[in-house]
Ligand binder design. Structure first.
Ligand code: AMP
Ligand code: ZN
Length: 469
């Protein structure tokens, strides 16, 4: 499996630190609003990387944080007259709903910055002890960037160029820094802001230290993959490397993966331009599976343009797979013969060819566009080769292959069958009869079975009522 590593600017063979295991950290969103479709791109892309790694037999420890202390959160809290915690908790819950809609699996751990302050104080203390950080007059702690000789290795920036570009900082009042390249690890609180006690001042952490600490705590000093959007390469990830490597004395992450940006109508997405969509807005118009399919139709490192036409095209593309699966299901249910014929057995074995293409595409730095193309080829095969004369086993076999490959990309292509009202009412009657006969085990079993299908029962004075949850 090859991964493009931002650090070396090359595709490299993936070799995990521990055979069979992958440790992966993905920078998560700052939670002060509903997530937008740009934030959705790393979520979908790296969830797909995780799923594919699992398909290849790796056990993946996937950590993704929520940044729940930040200027934007505090500003929003002040506007609404509530606490910062109320804002961040609200939008974490909303973000989780969107993730579920996009079939993005919850991380193994979703740490919150505000719950990891002790670890941050510890890492900053170590950096101060090692002389990589210093405390300014007002209690701000800065990282001594120039002391880390490898600074710039991820973004391939030259320290002196950076200094030139940053000279204005020196004029804008940041004169308590020893050097304009130094960045904040801890800063004093301002009035009305949330704060924590520390040896330096009552205040809060800088953004970069959060991720270094959470990655260390949940994954270790050295991790396999660190990922996020390409805007994070500099300064966020560069600073994370500096902090972690100076504190731990080890290489921080071995592979750095970055997704390209999502634009709207070929322009940068921004609130001020008014070309800005939340995932929730897209969800009002489309099944969020369509958004997932859209994201995977391009290579994750390419810029991706969002437009109404492309969403329609994605809807049609996904529908083609969903319809093929529905059709195969229909054929299987109505087949005259169950057992596979000898000829069909050979055909089924030949489907491995499509899976090979799929795997080859994904092995090549997660080329999801080609992987989707392999699924389309399989759909085409199904549409021409599975007919009403096919056996049930054959139709099921082809269907299962399409569903399996789609599932690796996190695409749900098999429609959940809705229970008919008639079936539900028959089961409710059976449950009533079971209760009368004091067969409570069966009665509970039926209630659970209905619940699993999203049917909730309510006992009322007029009898049992039901509704779809
Ligand atoms: P933020 O909440 O701004 O820290 O962003 C959370 C994640 O979304 C980061 O990995 C960003 O790089 C990513 N991101 C933000 N905007 C976009 C965009 N327009 N396209 C792709 N990724 C984005
Ligand atoms: Zn981060």
């Amino acid at each position: 499996m090859k991964i493009y590593n931002t650090l070396t600017k090359q595709k490299e063979e993936f070799v995990p630190l521990v055979p069979g295991k992958v440790s992966m950290y993905v920078c998560g969103p700052t939670v002060y609003n509903l997530i937008h479709i740009g934030n959705a791109r790393p979520m979908i892309v790296f969830d797909t990387v995780r799923r594919y790694m699992e398909h290849r037999g790796y056990e993946v420890n996937y950590v993704s944080n929520f940044t729940d202390v930040d200027d934007k959160i505090i500003k929003k809290a002040m506007e609404e007259g509530v606490t910062a915690e109320e804002i961040s908790q609200r939008y974490i819950q909303e973000c989780k709903k969107d993730m579920e809609g996009m079939n993005v699996r919850p991380a193994t751990t979703h740490p919150l910055a505000t719950q990891e302050i002790d670890g941050m104080i510890e890492m900053i203390s170590t950096l101060i002890e090692k002389d990589y950080a210093y405390v300014a007059q007002d209690g701000t702690v800065y990282f001594r960037t120039r002391k880390f000789k490898e600074y710039g290795k991820l973004s391939h920036k030259n320290l002196d160029d950076l200094r030139g570009g940053n000279r204005s900082l020196l004029v804008t009042g940041e004169d308590q820094k020893e050097d304009s390249l130094d960045f904040v690890l801890w800063k004093p609180k301002k009035d009305g802001e949330p704060y924590w006690e520390s040896p330096w001042c009552n205040g809060r952490p800088g953004w970069h230290i959060e991720c270094s600490v959470m990655a260390k705590k949940y994954l270790g000093d050295e991790i396999d993959i660190h990922a996020g959007g390409e805007d994070l390469i500099f300064p966020h990830h560069e600073n994370e490397i500096a902090q972690s490597e100076c504190c731990n004395g080890k290489i921080f992450a071995r592979y750095w993966m970055h997704n390209g940006f999502l634009n709207i109508d070929n322009r940068k997405m921004s609130k001020s331009l008014g070309n800005f969509f939340t995932v929730r807005e897209i969800g009002e118009k489309y099944d969020l599976q369509v958004l997932r399919f859209f994201m995977l139709s391009a290579h994750y490192r390419s810029p991706l343009n969002f437009s109404a036409e492309l969403m329609e095209a994605s809807k049609n593309g996904l529908d083609r797979i969903v319809n093929a699966v529905g059709n195969l299901k229909f054929i299987a249910e109505n087949a005259a013969v169950e057992e596979l014929s000898a000829e069909e057995a050979k055909e089924l074995a030949s489907l491995a060819e499509y899976e090979k293409k799929f795997d080859e595409a994904m092995d090549d730095d997660f080329n999801t566009a080609d992987a989707v193309a392999a699924i389309f080829e399989l759909v085409k095969y199904a549409n021409t080769n599975v007919t009403e004369n096919s056996t049930k086993a054959f139709a099921d076999g082809v269907k299962d292959k399409i569903v399996e490959l789609s599932d690796i990309l996190g695409l749900v292509v098999e429609k959940q069958e809705e229970m008919l009202d008639k079936e539900i009412e028959a089961l409710i009657e059976e449950r009533q009869a079971a209760r009368k006969a004091k067969n409570f085990a069966r009665a509970d079993e039926i209630r659970d079975l209905l619940l699993a299908k999203g049917i909730v029962l309510k006992d009322t004075r007029e009898g049992v009522k039901w509704e779809r949850a």
